[in-house]
Design a protein around this ligand. Sequence first.
Ligand code: FAD
Length: 600
Amino acid sequence: MSGLLFNPKTYNPTHLDEESARQLLALVDFFETKGKAKLKDEYHAAQWYTDFMEFIAKENLFSNVAIPAEVGALDEVKHPGAAWDLRRINDLNEILGFYSLDHWYAWQVTVLGLGPVWTSSNTKAKALVANLLKEGGIFGFGLSEQTHGADIYSTDMIVRPNPDGEGWLASGPKYYIGNGNEAARLAVFGKFSDDDPERPGEYVFFLADPKAPQYELQKNVVHGTMYVSAFELHDYPVTEDDILHTGKPAWDAALAAINVGKVNLGWASTGIAEHSFYEALDHAYNRVLFDKRVTDFTHVKRILADAYSRLIGMKLYAPRSADYFRSSTPEDRRFLLFNPITKMKVTMEGERVIDLLWDVIAARGFEKDTYFEQAVHHIRALPKLEGTVHVNLALVLKFLPQYLGAAAGFGSDHPEIHARMDHKDDEYLFKQGSASGLSQIGFHNPKPAFERFKDLPNVAIFIEQMTAFGQLIATQAPTKEQSDDLDFLLSIGQLFTLVVYAQLILESAALAIDDAPGGKRETSVSDMSGLTEAHIDRVFQVYVRDFSEYALSLAGQPTATNEQREGAQGLIRHAHRDQAAEDVFYSEVIAQADAYKMNP
Ligand SMILES: Cc1cc2nc3c(=O)[nH]c(=O)nc-3n(C[C@H](O)[C@H](O)[C@H](O)COP(=O)(O)OP(=O)(O)OC[C@H]3O[C@@H](n4cnc5c(N)ncnc54)[C@H](O)[C@@H]3O)c2cc1C
């Protein structure tokens, strides 16, 4: 059986357009030529990656993938073939995560910074930013402030009328803003002052140039090759040409940019976990203790098989979620449930993979010459950025009633979404419109996805658990007091998230295994043609255990009623384990021991 992971040595992006394929192979070559020793030296030196900036500019990497067709078609831009095409963007995220999250971050905050520009109706600003991108510019997203954290309703960035002339003057601090040292422009979120004649107290997004004298770069708040800035604007002059959005659209633009950017975290997390998997497995396989390979200890076998299973799940969920995102329309906004799960669940799974691997390689994971040593640091960041796990769980819970309705046969009549491997401009991403109305979004019935694999023992057990969970919610719904108890709700959110996660993994698996009407998905950043039902049963062995773990946590909630406790305990099941199947699965894990090593 072939491995299902991304392997730079065999990466063959024939599924991409010629130019993107060339660029991504050049990106792999950039890191492999640098080699692991230099990458790690730079990581420890925490110096800005000038060579990476030169590479981006020389290869036109960001301008190739990050200008939507509509902007590329502007007379002032003239960028033929421009498209925001998630298929190649997803590959880019996974490759960057695989080598260095520090480098990925420059791309990620560029995406966030472009979001409010591409959603704006300010054509001058769009043309300016697109042309700066073509010159190799990077961008940033100035939303967060030190005092306000996740409370993005509050801002101390105030834009007041210019007392000496046209326009406005912006003053205020921003914190945790990526690329604030070198960005060609930053999209900055603030508020008009209460004495503004036209828009008193309204939100505003505007472009700021870090080279302006009124821009004070204070520091990099992290130790790393990436730059996470603290900056302050002092009477920064804002003209009509700099204004991207005002009022509610400014708020919607912030959320739309995050919707576009947040999924990138899942892909990056997968890349980190894959590289770590190769490195850890290689070490364990070649290490002999008490006359046996470390990979021959029974607990190590279980741990590595679990890590590989979790990775397969991550690699199936994210592309399926992307299918929905790429197919979204004003009538079909199901991605608003699926995207936060790519962001929150895939990244949490990435953390679990690293934790599992670290238990296997122990002290080696601290050594400064390993990729793993940076991975343990980076993997922690992803669940916490762009909305913490809690914020995303709270968001996901808004969809629970409609989802349960769909599972009971009262879902929406959406068209079936096939594997989206086409080269296209994903234009709806920047036409999302209002961020409200989430609890009205309808879903398709999730049951057929599970039915397709119901003969697999662990999927069958999972179906029992999920059915019992649906009954628990229907018969023992949270009381009024519990609806104010976020801790209680979040433990329901974990169970619900796992159900949706499992559903999309099964939909994705069917697309890789079956002759689906819209065509199989065999290739993305890695070759999925080797995926079998045996893989899926092993993956669900892990999720049956997870479901039981979350159920126990719900039963232990201090405010749970006796009936809820009993119902939650009733969700606990043992996973099925067949030793012969486990041995075959493990032989696939071990076969990857020498499959990839980064150039020294
Ligand atoms: C390396 C790095 C890079 C970053 N880059 C950028 C960037 O480029 N641009 C940018 O604008 N921001 C950026 N950020 C900021 C990041 O998005 C914030 O960290 C994030 O929004 C959360 O804010 P906080 O960490 O201050 O947590 P806090 O807001 O202080 O949250 C504290 C706790 O309260 C919980 N909580 C808060 N609100 C809720 C809620 N509504 N529901 C449930 N729980 C809640 C949180 O889960 C958390 O446990 C970056 C941060 C880091 C660390």
